[in-house]
Design a protein around this ligand. Sequence first.
Ligand SMILES: Cc1ncc(COP(=O)(O)O)c(C=O)c1O
Length: 422
Amino acid sequence: MEFQNTLSYAQNLDSKDSLHKYRDQFYYPKVNGKEVIYFTGNSLGLQPKNSKEYVDEVMRDWAELAVEGHFYADKPWWDYHERLVEPLAKIVGAKTEEVSVMNTLTVNLHLLMVSFYRPTHKRFKILCEEKAFPSDQYMLQSQVRFHGLNPQDTIVEVKKRDGEHSWRTEDIIAKIEEIGDELALLLIGGVNYYNGQVFDMKAITAAGKANGAFVGWDLAHAAGNIELKLHDWEVDFAAWCSYKYMNSGPGNASGIFVHQRYLDRKDIPRFEGWWGTKKETRFLMKPEFDPMANADAWQLSNAPILSVAPYLASLQLFEEVGMKALLEKQKLITAYLEFILKKVDDQVASTFEIITPKERGCQLSVFLHGEGKSLFDYLMKNGVITDWREPNVIRLAPAPFYCSFEDMFRFGEILKAGILSK
Ligand SMILES: Cc1ncc(COP(=O)(O)O)c(C=O)c1O
């Protein structure tokens, strides 16, 4: 497709965009009285306008029904979280029984590691990407220490090659084979938070499993952003947060995936709680734990309804739009943003290097050679919300639900003015 760097061209793309009308379903912060251009859906998605209605419903039921709301609210609380499973299964490519919603992301990864990191004398190593998201690093290190092992001898990081900005699948697979029968677990971020790279989850999962390891994915930057086929790829487990591309609200509930082959089994070690035991007999308050036959077996507590309600509201929009349309727009708008960046780069004889490889979702990470944090500050002051990562990278994520092609054009003009004004 031959793009053009003009307002009318961008507006024409918007007029053909079936998702354009969804802009009105979200709230935008304002800078200088104008709605911002929002590039940080990879960090915290915008608030869908319907989320208040879902939260208000719970508040009203709580006021009017109190404890009776557990069973007699319009959406009873005791199984409220089950309403999220069907839309989520479509988003992550899973069977409904493989998905559950609970806790927050790091908590869930810890809980899943209880089941899927069971080091033995021979097989004890964990493979992850170098400079994984810090919370994942802390999680892995603390799990390893919990098992009485030393992180230095246990955690192996796959590195990028010198001078390259992304990981090569062949290097990851070579590392898996090198570790061989010492490899207990492979756990990587499916989309890297820093460079936006989408890992070849199918190939890497197959290689990990062929070598006898469990394979899990942190899908914080993947869920709702890229196509996932967790069941077909035979991933063992995964977890994601919902407040980035899934617009559920700050710190909101996380989702988990556990492959069908591990469901309805009592022999899997788990940290257990009453919401994981069969719902038919839960309130008989028996001492024996009888796991739910689905991923809910990993649930511990009754669901935080006020956190799950806005997640359900947002998933309703995903149901309406469907991942197919979102993915189509994601590809087009990200390509248009890339084109705009290159045009600005030509015009200012500058300085940008897109470090995101072609395997990407909607995030472009841009290295600003010779431009410091002042450019980021300029963008923020002029209504462009991006985020900054040391040493000199801005991350731009044009989330297809609420970013427009006109936003990309306007961003290019603001960026150019920012560089030229120095
Ligand atoms: C890749 C990745 N993993 C883990 C986390 C931690 O998420 P939480 O604070 O919900 O546990 C984040 C948060 O941004 C993340 O980006």
